[in-house]
Structures are given as C-alpha cells and as structure tokens.
Design a binder for this molecule. Structure first.
Ligand code: KIV
Ligand code: ZN
Length: 397
C-alpha cells in the first residue's frame, strides 16, 4: 500500500474476493471444506486481503468464515481476512463473530450510493444515506483491525455526492475507500480521471487508501483496474480466473501479470507469489467444475502454447519472439509446442528428438509428409501419434 520513494514504484495491495464475489455467481458456490482448501492456496499466493464470505448471508457462509479464521487467521503470514457486511448492526455483529479467531480482520461495509440504488433499494434521500453510512461505520469502529467502505455503484453515482460519501466514510473510521464499478459500466479513460480526481481532492486521514473493484460486463474489468491504479488506486479487488457476478470480476492473474510485465508503464508492483498462480487457478477450476476457457489470458491451456509453424520456429530460436512472460513465472514448467496442421518442420524435428527419434534427412521428409496428412484429420497430433508414424514409416508402409 505504501509508496517506495527510492524507485517510485508503488506496491499495490491485492484484495482477493474469489470466495465472496466470485463464489456469489451461479455455478460457483463452494462449501466450507472447499473454501478452506482455496484459502490455503490463496495464502501461498500471498494475497494481501482475502474476502472469504458474507457472514450475514447464510449460516453456511458464517461457518466458512469462522473456519478459515480459525485454521488460517492465526498464522503469522496469513492475509488479512475480510467479511462483507451491509450497513446494519446485525450484519456487523455477524461479521465480528465469524472473523473472531483471525489475528487481523477487516470489515467490508457497503452501501449503494447511485440515485438508482438510493431510490430502488434503500428508498432514501441522500442526507439519510449519509447518516446511515456514518452510523454504521461508527458502530463498527474499534471492533476490526481495519474497515473498508464501498460506495456500491460508485461509477454511476453523482460525482459530487460520491466525494461527500467518501469524505463522510473516512471521517467515520474507514481505512480503505472502495470505488466499485458494480455493473462494469465505465471505461479506462473515465475511471482514470475519477481516481485522479478522488485521490487528489477527497479529504481523508493520511493512511486511508483508495481501492478499485471492477466487473467485466463490457469486458473491461482488467483494463479499468489498471487505469484506476494509474489514477492512484492503492488496492485492486479481483478474483482467480476472473470469476464473479454475471460476466465476472477483474481477473487477479491478469492484473498482477500486467503490473509485473510492464513496470515501465504502471510503475507499480504487488507482493503476489506469481509462481503459485497456475496451481490456484487449476484448483479453483477443479473445485467449481468450471475450468477457464482454453484461450484465457495467463492461465488458459493456450496461453503458453504454440501451433503455427512460424511461431514455433521463432519460439525455438528465442521464446521472447512470441512470449512476453515466462511460463515458469506463473508456475507452469514450460511452454508447449502443440503439433497440428499449422506446425512446421522445426517443431516436428524438435519433438521427434525429444521423443528419442533422430531421423536422417530422407526419412524425416517422408515422416513430415505423413505427419501433415494425419494433422489434416485431427485437431492435435500427440506424442503417441508420432511414435506410431515413426514405427509405420520404419516398416515402409
Ligand atoms: O460489485 C460491487 O459493488 C461489490 C461491492 C459489495 C463491493 O461487490
Ligand atoms: Zn462486486
């Protein structure tokens, strides 16, 4: 969260909400044992904050939070554990009970602040909303290590009122001011300008930071989060594989690797242990039965796989021709050269040699022709297929 003056590179806190906003989406709910397993994996990933549920939502959610707080929350290197809460006494009490065993706890209190949310959900005018937020934060003060306040639907909230709400929340005890794009409505330019304005102009105690929380309804959650970081956000809220309500949340692996890959551009980094990314992504996919799509950035099966001959040739000569990250940096042992109809001789020869087949020039040309014929009939030519081809070729088919 702090600025590092020697390098000018800011450290951005990573707030993982896979076990709350992610789990809230249809098809992704998890039981206590599953959440606990993922919480261990997220601890190894070294996220800064782990939102593990919404204590007042159900007895099962409260139990999962309490179990994680008991089993992980006492560890010296545990992330800060967090529960969501509405601005009500009952919710705050439920969060306090559930997070009780954790050494460091955060209450995440939210309140819809756009005109739409005020009218449709809260049936309140602005002055009453401000009083409700202030009252709830004062009620929570001193009962958690930290308090985060979210102005739900902030990107559709009238800007002057948003500032008033955030100043009121900071004065009432919020340590983190979250400005969520609840419905994935904003654009990188707009959110950059908003964060630049808020971080410059909202009156608050020095330690208070701004947080960004973006949904992917228009496919811009990661771009918007990165723009908010450039505008001054000190925390990004995100989920593994980008799971979450509707089209999902900002994907943790994408935002973290973007910051890692382009420090020149963002002048920001995170404390995430990126070599754990692939393992956590896979665990989440297996646990929920929803593996990320094959072409998903960073963790999809194709993210470090090459089939086209020209690309394979380039990668064999120098992987940087077609890879901007190292697969080992996300915990993959290596990239993959997939053999198919687009592959060329360089990749075929390299694969054959790896399988122990050193062929002379004529035999190789014959095998290459057979390989192309086979590749036209299937999506991927496997190692077994290659060994069969070599054997058939050797028998002079
Ligand atoms: O999307 C949202 O606004 C939320 C809040 C509860 C932070 O998830
Ligand atoms: Zn959300």
């Amino acid at each position: 969260m702090s600025q590092q003056p020697e390098t000018g590179v800011r450290n951005i806190a990573i707030f993982d909400t896979s076990l709350r906003d992610g789990e809230q989406a249809p098809g992704f709910s998890m039981n206590t044992a599953q959440k606990l397993k993922l919480a261990h994996a997220l601890t190894k990933l070294k996220v800064d904050v782990m939102e593990v549920g919404f204590a007042a939502a159900s007895p099962g959610d409260a139990e999962a939070i309490h179990t994680i707080a008991s089993e992980i929350g006492y560890l010296h290197d545990a992330p800060m554990l967090c529960s969501l809460s509405r601005a009500t006494e009952g919710d705050i009490d439920a969060a306090e009970r559930a997070l009780g065993p954790a050494r460091r706890s955060r209450l995440h209190l939210f309140f819809g602040t756009s005109d739409l949310h005020l009218a449709a959900k809260h049936k309140m005018e602005k002055p009453e909303a401000l009083k409700t937020i202030e009252r709830a934060l004062k009620m929570a003060r001193g009962r958690f290590t930290e308090i985060e306040f979210s102005a739900e639907d902030a990107l559709r909230t009238e800007p002057a009122f948003l500032k008033e709400v955030l100043e009121c929340a900071a004065a009432a005890g919020a340590d983190v001011l979250n400005v969520p794009d609840t419905v994935g409505y904003t654009s990188p330019e707009e959110i950059y300008a908003l964060f630049a304005d808020l971080t410059a102009n909202v009156a608050r105690p020095d330690h208070v930071i701004f947080s960004t929380h973006n949904h992917d309804d228009l496919g811009m959650a990661v771009a918007n989060s990165l723009a908010a970081v450039r505008g001054g956000a000190g925390q990004v809220e995100c989920t593994i594989n980008g799971i979450g309500e509707r089209a999902g949340n900002c994907a943790l692996e994408e935002v973290v690797m973007a910051l890692n890959t382009r420090p020149d551009h963002y002048a920001a980094t995170t404390g995430v242990e990126t070599r754990e990314i692939f393992a956590v992504s896979r665990l989440l996919g297996e646990t929920t039965g929803n593996a990320p799509p094959r072409n998903k950035a960073i963790v999809g099966r194709n993210a470090f796989a090459h089939e086209a001959g020209i690309h394979q040739h380039g990668v064999l000569a120098d992987r940087r021709t077609y890879e901007i990250m190292k697969p080992e940096d996300i915990g993959l042992p290596s990239n993959a050269l997939v053999l198919g109809k687009h592959s060329g001789k360089h990749a075929l020869r390299a694969r054959l040699e790896a399988l122990g087949h050193e062929l002379g020039a004529n035999r190789f040309e014959q095998l290459y022709a057979d390989f192309k014929r086979l590749a036209d009939t299937k999506r991927e030519v496997t190692d077994n297929d290659l060994c069969d081809l070599v054997a058939e070729d050797g028998r002079g088919h």
